[in-house]
Each structure stands twice: as structure tokens, then as C-alpha cells.
Design a protein around this ligand. Sequence first.
Ligand SMILES: [Zn+2]
Length: 52
Amino acid sequence: MSTCEDYVFVCPECDQSIRVNPSMREALVENGCVICGTAVTQDAFDGQNDES
Ligand SMILES: [Zn+2]
């Protein structure tokens, strides 16, 4: 399985899914969903998980 540094963001509010890289993930957590503007947490991301 090939892994890259991508995550899949799924907005809990508008259900939009977007493939993002780590820096985009941080931007989304800081700024909220780019589509609807709702606040998002790291729980909204699928993929590599840096929490233990
Ligand atoms: Zn949204």
C-alpha cells in the first residue's frame, strides 16, 4: 500500500470531502471548513493519525 501525506477531510456540517495535505489540514483546523465555514477538529480528518 502506498501512502502519501494526504488526509481526507470530511466536513461534519456540509458533508463535503476534500483531499488535503498536512499544511492544509492545519489551515482547516485553524480557519474552519472552506465550503461552509464551520469550525472543524482533527476528528474530521481520515488518514494518517498522529494522535496515539
Ligand atoms: Zn463544511
